[in-house]
Design a protein around this ligand. Structure first.
Ligand SMILES: Nc1ncnc2c1ncn2[C@@H]1O[C@H](COP(=O)(O)OP(=O)(O)O)[C@@H](O)[C@H]1O
Ligand SMILES: [Mg+2]
Length: 235
């Protein structure tokens, strides 16, 4: 299925409309965070948005992450999936680092930037029970809406704090960086794509729990191990 990569990539590149003006300057001090593939900057003209650009503008895999995310978020919009635990895309913008994907920036109810899950754990020191409830809420939403997830890492999750509590928001990890078959058919066969992702769920979940464990205080690790119980067992 890797054969699909190139033609689909070409098709999406042809459909991608990048306005030639304005060309945004992405200043170093506007950098929000860098992932493995992309860098995330504050939008110079709108504080409610951010712009994702590949870490290396000439690297195909890094460009692919933006294309896949654009495609998948468009598909979720098309399917009418709620934005409770996800972001929305606002299309493309020209930047001096090449085309960037404009995304809604995740904020708390008071408008302040949301923390990433690892920072939230370090700074707010939530209990394992609270983290478990946040994870369960996200999982219910993913499963109810058949949203296929490739990776669930702390760096792909932001925490939106509201009066009703803290809620996880997925900012990355939908189907990876490549145009696999399961991704291509997601619009017409969401059940198939979700079924593929669901088969890997225990692996995704296990990796997520291990990732989160690094940020939990040592004392909490020894205590009653709520986060390592298997919530699927109750389904
Ligand atoms: N919509 C967003 N709002 C706020 N911060 C974001 C948003 N999207 C990404 N980020 C920040 O940028 C970082 C890297 O983004 P990510 O999509 O994970 O990039 P990569 O594709 O390289 O893994 C995230 O860990 C997060 O801190
Ligand atoms: Mg990421």
């Amino acid at each position: 299925m890797a054969l699909l990569d190139r033609p689909v990539r070409r098709l999406l590149l042809a459909r991608r409309k990048v306005p030639s003006h304005p060309v945004h300057q992405l200043a170093d001090d506007a950098l929000i965070a860098a992932g493995t593939q992309r860098k995330c900057y504050r939008h110079p003209a709108d504080a409610r948005l951010c712009i994702m650009v590949p870490r290396d503008p000439d690297n195909r895999a890094m460009q692919g992450a933006n294309l896949v995310e654009w495609f998948m978020l468009g598909m979720l919009d098309w399917r009418g999936i709620s934005t409770q635990h996800r972001i929305t895309s606002r299309g493309w913008a020209a930047t001096e680092q090449g085309p960037g994907l404009v995304l809604e920036r995740v904020t708390n109810e008071d408008g302040r930037p949301a923390l990433r899950l690892d920072d939230f754990i370090r700074q707010k020191q939530p209990s394992r029970e609270q983290l478990e409830a946040m994870y369960e809420e996200l999982k219910q939403w993913l499963f109810a809406n058949k949203v296929p997830v490739n990776d669930l890492f702390c760096s792909n999750l932001l925490v939106r704090q509201t009066q009703t509590g803290a809620h996880l928001v997925l900012v990355d990890g939908l189907c990876g960086e490549r145009f696999r078959f399961k991704l291509l058919v997601y619009g017409i066969l969401p059940d198939f794509t979700f079924w593929r992702a669901r088969r890997r769920w225990l692996v995704v979940e296990d990796k997520f729990r291990r990732d989160m464990e690094q940020y939990l205080p040592a004392q909490s690790k020894q205590s009653d191990d709520v986060m390592s119980s298997d919530p699927l067992a109750t389904e």
